[in-house]
Design a protein around this ligand. Structure first.
Ligand SMILES: Cc1cc2nc3c(=O)[nH]c(=O)nc-3n(C[C@H](O)[C@H](O)[C@H](O)COP(=O)(O)OP(=O)(O)OC[C@H]3O[C@@H](n4cnc5c(N)ncnc54)[C@H](O)[C@@H]3O)c2cc1C
Length: 397
């Protein structure tokens, strides 16, 4: 791989520290957890104890008080260490689910919870938005939260709610005003902090794991909320404006997703190059054949370009309008997902038959790279956003 360029000294320091923490969690660790479908508790705990789950939390709450450029560097390093996109996703949510709390939570909520999050003692790993009838069209959610005295009563069904099994709290997105009763479809939605253990003990949160083939270290659930009672003080921000609270900061978060894709692409290329240089067929290393060498080199060019777009955007995000950050972040996410996919595909092909054997890990990277084209937003919706925002073309979503 080419030497690093264009990184600030803070970003280099973040990467050095994070990579050191990641080092004990080797390829076999991730391979075994992926095979077993087990959450990487020890790994997340290690980062949490070192304060990295609080990378973005203000210092007054015990966080590191760092910004998007450092979060980008951190999460690229996590993915590149061999944790891949799955390992990154095991950490990512803990960092970003506290964002609405920081920006919109009550002082009481913040002082009670955020120091514990920063210390790695409380996990808000779970975000419950998607429903059977509302994925890309997230404003179509029908889960409702109805005010009843000092509480809200929640009923509805969610899908793909990930990490509920390992989280202390989840951030729930529910309608407090029906879609028909609001002028804009983005209105009438609210955010709530939900105590998972309490809800499950009371029988008002029922879960069923979704049987899936990728990102196995994280479990995703169908969730039924049946008369779940939430104290009114657990409303995050302003009633009916939750959607705007979610949108706020989403672009910076998307840059971090892009960085995770970059890290995944990088680790896939490292494996590809290792194998290409050592596997001999017809009396020479397979990497001597341009049919093997060029896809690796081509993917490198794409990963490198995606990385530059991501890092450049992260460096200036704080000074740009949300529209400008949105364009750059969505461009970065699109490019990084495609580049990771290209890299992982080249890595599988380089390994021949062993490309699909677990022991070489590249088949896992391939599954994960495929997933990045679907989550947290599909590539189509990213392109639709760019088409509308950059070129003023009619909106399709
Ligand atoms: C492993 C995994 C983990 C997840 N974790 C979470 C989580 O923790 N919390 C959570 O809330 N959600 C989670 N999700 C859900 C995820 O955000 C959605 O799957 C994603 O937003 C896409 O929604 P959908 O699956 O309903 O696809 P749909 O919206 O049904 O779309 C189907 C296809 O149609 C395309 N399409 C739709 N509309 C348009 C349009 N206007 N123009 C062009 N193409 C269009 C889409 O791009 C897609 O290819 C997770 C999903 C997965 C797979």
């Amino acid at each position: 791989m080419a030497p690093e360029a264009g990184m600030s000294s803070e970003q280099s320091a973040v990467q050095a520290e994070v990579l050191e923490l990641c080092e004990p969690f080797d390829r076999a660790y991730w391979r075994d957890l992926d095979r077993e479908g087990t959450y990487p508790h020890e790994f997340v705990d290690t980062l949490g104890r070192a304060g990295w789950l609080g990378v973005l939390l203000p210092e007054e709450y015990g966080g590191k008080g760092l910004g998007t450029p450092e979060a980008v560097a951190m999460m690229e390093a996590v993915a590149r260490s061999g944790a891949g996109f799955s390992g990154a996703q095991a950490v990512h949510a803990a960092i970003y689910n506290s964002a609405p709390l920081v920006n919109y939570g009550s002082e009481e909520m913040k002082s009670e919870l955020l120091p514990a999050v920063a210390a790695g003692d409380a996990w808000i790993q779970c975000f419950s938005l998607t429903e059977p009838g509302a994925g890309s069209e997230s404003t179509a959610i029908t889960t409702e939260a109805v005010r009843d005295g000092d509480e809200y009563v929640v009923n509805g069904e969610k899908v793909w709610t990930s990490r509920l099994d390992v989280s202390d709290y989840l951030v729930l997105v529910a309608r407090t005003t029906p879609r028909e009763a609001v002028e804009k479809k983005t209105q009438g939605v609210s955010l709530f902090l939900v105590d998972i253990e309490r809800g499950r003990e009371e029988g008002s949160i029922e879960v069923e794991a979704i049987d899936k083939t990728v990102s196995n270290v994280v479990t995703s659930f169908r969730v039924t909320y049946d008369d779940l009672r939430i104290p009114a003080e657990n409303l995050i921000g302003t009633e009916d404006e939750g959607f705007y609270h979610v949108l706020d900061g989403l672009n910076e978060e998307r840059l971090v997703i892009a960085a995770e894709c970059v890290g995944l692409g990088e680790v896939a290329l490292e494996r590809a190059a290792d194998y290409a240089g050592t596997r001999e067929v017809f009396g020479r290393a397979v990497g001597q054949n341009q049919a093997i060498q060029h896809p690796i080199a081509r993917a490198y060019a794409h990963v490198h370009a995606a990385k530059r777009v991501t890092y450049d955007a992260a460096a200036v995000a704080a000074d740009l309008s949300q529209k400008e950050v949105g364009v750059r972040a969505n461009t970065a996410k699109y490019l990084a997902s495609e580049a990771a996919y290209m890299a992982a595909d080249a890595a599988v092909q380089t390994h021949g038959g062993f490309g699909v054997a677990r022991e070489y890990d590249v088949e896992r990277y391939f599954r994960e790279a495929r997933l990045t084209r679907l989550v947290p937003i599909t590539q189509e919706l990213v392109l639709s956003y760019l088409g509308e925002t950059v070129f003023d073309l009619p909106r399709s979503y």
